[in-house]
Design a protein around this ligand. Structure first.
Ligand code: PEP
Ligand code: MN
Length: 264
Protein backbone atom coordinates (compact mmCIF):
# COMPACT_ATOMS: atom_id res chain seq x y z
CA UNK A 1 0.00 0.00 0.00
CA UNK A 2 2.92 2.33 0.67
CA UNK A 3 4.72 1.22 -2.51
CA UNK A 4 5.24 3.86 -5.20
CA UNK A 5 4.93 1.19 -7.91
CA UNK A 6 1.18 0.83 -7.27
CA UNK A 7 0.56 4.52 -6.56
CA UNK A 8 2.79 6.67 -8.78
CA UNK A 9 1.56 10.10 -7.68
CA UNK A 10 2.65 11.69 -4.39
CA UNK A 11 0.11 11.41 -1.58
CA UNK A 12 -1.10 14.64 -0.03
CA UNK A 13 -2.42 14.05 3.48
CA UNK A 14 -4.92 16.45 5.00
CA UNK A 15 -4.17 17.23 8.67
CA UNK A 16 -7.23 19.18 9.83
CA UNK A 17 -7.02 21.40 6.74
CA UNK A 18 -3.21 21.55 6.47
CA UNK A 19 -1.89 19.64 3.43
CA UNK A 20 1.19 17.47 4.02
CA UNK A 21 3.01 16.39 0.85
CA UNK A 22 2.73 17.99 -2.56
CA UNK A 23 3.84 21.56 -3.19
CA UNK A 24 3.95 23.36 0.16
CA UNK A 25 6.38 22.65 3.01
CA UNK A 26 4.71 21.68 6.28
CA UNK A 27 6.31 23.35 9.28
CA UNK A 28 5.79 21.64 12.63
CA UNK A 29 7.20 23.35 15.71
CA UNK A 30 6.82 23.44 19.46
CA UNK A 31 8.41 22.24 22.67
CA UNK A 32 9.63 18.70 23.22
CA UNK A 33 7.18 18.46 26.13
CA UNK A 34 4.27 20.52 27.36
CA UNK A 35 5.46 21.85 30.75
CA UNK A 36 2.87 24.48 31.71
CA UNK A 37 0.04 26.52 30.25
CA UNK A 38 2.24 29.63 30.02
CA UNK A 39 5.03 27.73 28.27
CA UNK A 40 2.92 26.05 25.60
CA UNK A 41 0.81 29.15 24.87
CA UNK A 42 3.90 31.35 24.59
CA UNK A 43 5.68 28.95 22.24
CA UNK A 44 2.49 28.39 20.20
CA UNK A 45 2.00 32.13 19.68
CA UNK A 46 5.62 32.64 18.69
CA UNK A 47 5.87 29.78 16.18
CA UNK A 48 2.49 30.74 14.70
CA UNK A 49 3.76 34.29 14.18
CA UNK A 50 6.86 32.88 12.43
CA UNK A 51 4.73 30.86 10.02
CA UNK A 52 4.53 27.33 11.48
CA UNK A 53 1.50 25.28 10.35
CA UNK A 54 1.28 22.70 13.14
CA UNK A 55 2.05 22.76 16.88
CA UNK A 56 3.94 19.88 18.47
CA UNK A 57 4.24 19.14 22.19
CA UNK A 58 4.84 15.92 24.09
CA UNK A 59 2.22 14.80 26.61
CA UNK A 60 3.19 11.14 27.11
CA UNK A 61 6.99 10.98 26.87
CA UNK A 62 9.09 7.90 26.04
CA UNK A 63 12.02 8.69 28.35
CA UNK A 64 15.10 6.46 28.55
CA UNK A 65 15.23 6.80 32.35
CA UNK A 66 12.19 6.16 34.56
CA UNK A 67 13.46 8.98 36.80
CA UNK A 68 13.24 11.62 34.04
CA UNK A 69 10.16 13.82 33.50
CA UNK A 70 7.49 11.58 31.98
CA UNK A 71 5.21 14.29 30.57
CA UNK A 72 1.99 15.83 31.89
CA UNK A 73 -0.22 13.24 30.19
CA UNK A 74 -3.88 14.14 29.65
CA UNK A 75 -3.39 17.57 31.24
CA UNK A 76 -0.94 18.35 28.45
CA UNK A 77 -3.46 17.28 25.81
CA UNK A 78 -5.93 19.80 27.22
CA UNK A 79 -3.29 22.54 27.20
CA UNK A 80 -2.48 21.72 23.57
CA UNK A 81 -6.17 21.98 22.72
CA UNK A 82 -6.25 25.42 24.42
CA UNK A 83 -3.21 26.50 22.39
CA UNK A 84 -4.96 25.27 19.24
CA UNK A 85 -8.10 27.21 20.09
CA UNK A 86 -6.08 30.37 20.54
CA UNK A 87 -3.71 30.09 17.57
CA UNK A 88 -5.63 27.89 15.13
CA UNK A 89 -2.63 25.55 14.84
CA UNK A 90 -3.60 21.86 14.65
CA UNK A 91 -1.70 19.72 17.17
CA UNK A 92 0.73 16.82 16.92
CA UNK A 93 1.62 14.64 19.90
CA UNK A 94 2.91 11.15 20.58
CA UNK A 95 0.68 8.17 21.37
CA UNK A 96 2.48 5.61 23.53
CA UNK A 97 -0.35 3.28 24.48
CA UNK A 98 -3.60 1.98 23.03
CA UNK A 99 -5.21 3.02 26.34
CA UNK A 100 -5.26 6.60 25.08
CA UNK A 101 -6.64 6.04 21.58
CA UNK A 102 -10.15 7.41 22.26
CA UNK A 103 -8.75 10.52 23.90
CA UNK A 104 -6.37 11.09 20.97
CA UNK A 105 -9.22 10.71 18.46
CA UNK A 106 -11.10 13.45 20.34
CA UNK A 107 -8.27 15.93 20.84
CA UNK A 108 -5.28 15.39 18.55
CA UNK A 109 -4.99 16.28 14.83
CA UNK A 110 -1.87 14.26 13.91
CA UNK A 111 -0.92 11.22 16.00
CA UNK A 112 2.82 10.63 16.37
CA UNK A 113 4.30 7.16 16.76
CA UNK A 114 7.75 7.66 18.23
CA UNK A 115 11.03 6.07 17.18
CA UNK A 116 10.93 3.67 20.12
CA UNK A 117 7.53 2.32 19.13
CA UNK A 118 8.14 2.04 15.40
CA UNK A 119 8.11 -1.75 15.69
CA UNK A 120 5.49 -2.06 18.42
CA UNK A 121 3.36 -4.11 16.07
CA UNK A 122 0.36 -4.46 18.37
CA UNK A 123 0.23 -0.69 18.78
CA UNK A 124 0.59 -0.21 15.01
CA UNK A 125 -2.35 -2.56 14.38
CA UNK A 126 -4.53 -0.72 16.91
CA UNK A 127 -3.55 2.62 15.36
CA UNK A 128 -4.47 1.31 11.91
CA UNK A 129 -7.84 0.05 13.08
CA UNK A 130 -8.91 2.74 15.55
CA UNK A 131 -7.08 6.05 15.01
CA UNK A 132 -9.24 8.27 12.82
CA UNK A 133 -6.56 10.94 12.31
CA UNK A 134 -3.40 10.93 10.17
CA UNK A 135 -0.31 9.30 11.69
CA UNK A 136 3.28 10.62 11.83
CA UNK A 137 5.50 7.53 11.91
CA UNK A 138 9.03 8.23 13.10
CA UNK A 139 11.93 6.05 12.02
CA UNK A 140 13.27 3.67 14.68
CA UNK A 141 16.71 4.33 16.13
CA UNK A 142 18.35 1.55 14.11
CA UNK A 143 15.82 0.60 11.48
CA UNK A 144 16.24 0.20 7.73
CA UNK A 145 14.00 1.87 5.14
CA UNK A 146 12.39 -1.51 4.46
CA UNK A 147 11.55 -2.08 8.13
CA UNK A 148 10.20 1.47 8.42
CA UNK A 149 7.99 1.05 5.35
CA UNK A 150 6.73 -2.28 6.69
CA UNK A 151 5.66 -0.47 9.86
CA UNK A 152 3.79 2.06 7.69
CA UNK A 153 2.27 -0.95 5.94
CA UNK A 154 0.99 -2.30 9.30
CA UNK A 155 -0.95 0.93 9.87
CA UNK A 156 -2.23 1.13 6.30
CA UNK A 157 -3.18 -2.55 5.99
CA UNK A 158 -5.18 -2.23 9.20
CA UNK A 159 -7.32 0.57 7.83
CA UNK A 160 -5.59 3.96 8.16
CA UNK A 161 -4.04 5.06 4.81
CA UNK A 162 -2.91 8.48 6.07
CA UNK A 163 0.70 7.90 7.09
CA UNK A 164 3.48 10.52 7.05
CA UNK A 165 7.08 9.38 7.54
CA UNK A 166 9.54 11.26 9.77
CA UNK A 167 13.33 10.78 9.68
CA UNK A 168 14.80 11.78 13.08
CA UNK A 169 18.39 10.52 12.88
CA UNK A 170 19.76 7.01 13.28
CA UNK A 171 22.36 5.40 15.54
CA UNK A 172 25.85 5.24 14.11
CA UNK A 173 29.33 4.83 15.66
CA UNK A 174 29.50 8.61 16.11
CA UNK A 175 28.83 9.81 19.64
CA UNK A 176 29.53 13.54 19.27
CA UNK A 177 26.01 14.05 17.95
CA UNK A 178 22.92 12.44 19.49
CA UNK A 179 22.12 10.61 16.23
CA UNK A 180 23.17 10.97 12.59
CA UNK A 181 20.65 12.63 10.27
CA UNK A 182 20.12 10.39 7.26
CA UNK A 183 19.39 12.87 4.48
CA UNK A 184 19.59 10.07 1.94
CA UNK A 185 16.27 8.92 3.37
CA UNK A 186 14.56 11.70 1.42
CA UNK A 187 15.48 10.67 -2.16
CA UNK A 188 15.36 6.97 -1.28
CA UNK A 189 11.86 7.17 0.20
CA UNK A 190 10.68 9.38 -2.66
CA UNK A 191 11.65 6.53 -4.96
CA UNK A 192 10.16 3.73 -2.85
CA UNK A 193 6.94 5.31 -1.60
CA UNK A 194 4.31 7.95 -2.32
CA UNK A 195 4.00 8.89 1.36
CA UNK A 196 5.17 12.37 2.52
CA UNK A 197 8.57 12.63 4.23
CA UNK A 198 9.22 15.04 7.12
CA UNK A 199 12.64 15.72 8.66
CA UNK A 200 13.26 16.23 12.40
CA UNK A 201 16.72 17.80 12.70
CA UNK A 202 16.30 18.41 16.45
CA UNK A 203 16.40 14.79 17.63
CA UNK A 204 18.92 13.95 14.90
CA UNK A 205 21.74 16.26 15.97
CA UNK A 206 20.78 16.83 19.59
CA UNK A 207 22.34 20.33 19.44
CA UNK A 208 20.47 23.53 18.67
CA UNK A 209 23.19 24.87 16.36
CA UNK A 210 22.94 21.83 14.10
CA UNK A 211 19.23 22.42 13.49
CA UNK A 212 19.59 25.34 11.09
CA UNK A 213 22.11 23.84 8.61
CA UNK A 214 20.44 20.43 8.61
CA UNK A 215 16.94 21.90 8.16
CA UNK A 216 18.16 23.87 5.15
CA UNK A 217 19.88 20.82 3.67
CA UNK A 218 16.72 18.76 4.12
CA UNK A 219 14.60 21.33 2.28
CA UNK A 220 17.02 21.41 -0.64
CA UNK A 221 17.04 17.59 -0.68
CA UNK A 222 13.27 17.61 -1.22
CA UNK A 223 11.59 16.88 2.12
CA UNK A 224 7.89 17.68 2.53
CA UNK A 225 8.28 19.37 5.87
CA UNK A 226 10.27 19.97 9.04
CA UNK A 227 9.55 19.17 12.67
CA UNK A 228 11.62 21.41 14.96
CA UNK A 229 11.71 21.75 18.75
CA UNK A 230 11.23 25.34 19.95
CA UNK A 231 11.30 26.37 23.62
CA UNK A 232 10.92 29.79 25.23
CA UNK A 233 13.52 28.93 27.92
CA UNK A 234 15.71 26.06 26.64
CA UNK A 235 18.19 26.32 29.54
CA UNK A 236 15.43 25.31 31.95
CA UNK A 237 13.52 22.91 29.70
CA UNK A 238 12.40 19.65 31.34
CA UNK A 239 13.30 17.71 28.19
CA UNK A 240 15.62 18.26 25.20
CA UNK A 241 16.63 21.85 26.00
CA UNK A 242 20.09 21.54 24.35
CA UNK A 243 18.51 20.81 20.95
CA UNK A 244 15.69 23.38 21.21
CA UNK A 245 15.69 26.66 19.30
CA UNK A 246 14.62 29.89 20.94
CA UNK A 247 11.63 31.48 19.18
CA UNK A 248 13.79 34.24 17.62
CA UNK A 249 16.13 31.72 16.04
CA UNK A 250 13.20 29.74 14.71
CA UNK A 251 11.84 32.92 13.19
CA UNK A 252 15.15 33.62 11.43
CA UNK A 253 15.38 30.04 10.23
CA UNK A 254 11.94 30.19 8.59
CA UNK A 255 12.94 33.37 6.75
CA UNK A 256 15.88 31.47 5.21
CA UNK A 257 13.73 28.39 4.55
CA UNK A 258 11.26 30.49 2.55
CA UNK A 259 14.09 31.48 0.19
CA UNK A 260 15.08 27.84 -0.28
CA UNK A 261 11.55 26.64 -0.98
CA UNK A 262 11.92 27.78 -4.57
CA UNK A 263 14.94 25.45 -5.04
CA UNK A 264 12.96 22.32 -4.18
C1 PEP B 1 9.75 13.45 20.08
O1 PEP B 1 9.49 13.81 18.92
O2 PEP B 1 9.44 14.10 21.06
C2 PEP B 1 10.47 12.18 20.29
C3 PEP B 1 10.47 11.57 21.47
O3 PEP B 1 11.12 11.75 19.21
P1 PEP B 1 11.76 10.31 18.85
O4 PEP B 1 10.65 9.32 19.02
O5 PEP B 1 12.16 10.51 17.42
O6 PEP B 1 12.91 10.10 19.77
MN1 MN C 1 12.26 15.81 22.22
Amino acid sequence: LANRAFHPEDSVINVSGIPVGGKALTLIAGPCSVESKEQVLEVARRVKASGANLLRGGAFKPRTSPYSFQGMGSTALDLLVEAKEETGLPIVTELMSEKHIDEFNDKVDLVQIGARNMQNFDLLKEVGQRIKKPVLLKRGLSNTYEEWLMSAEYIMANGNPNVILCERGIRTFETYTRNTLDLQAIPVLKRLTHLPVIIDPSHAGGKWWLVEPMAKAAVVAGCDGLMIEVHNDPENALCDGPQSLKPDRYDNLLKDIRKLEAVR
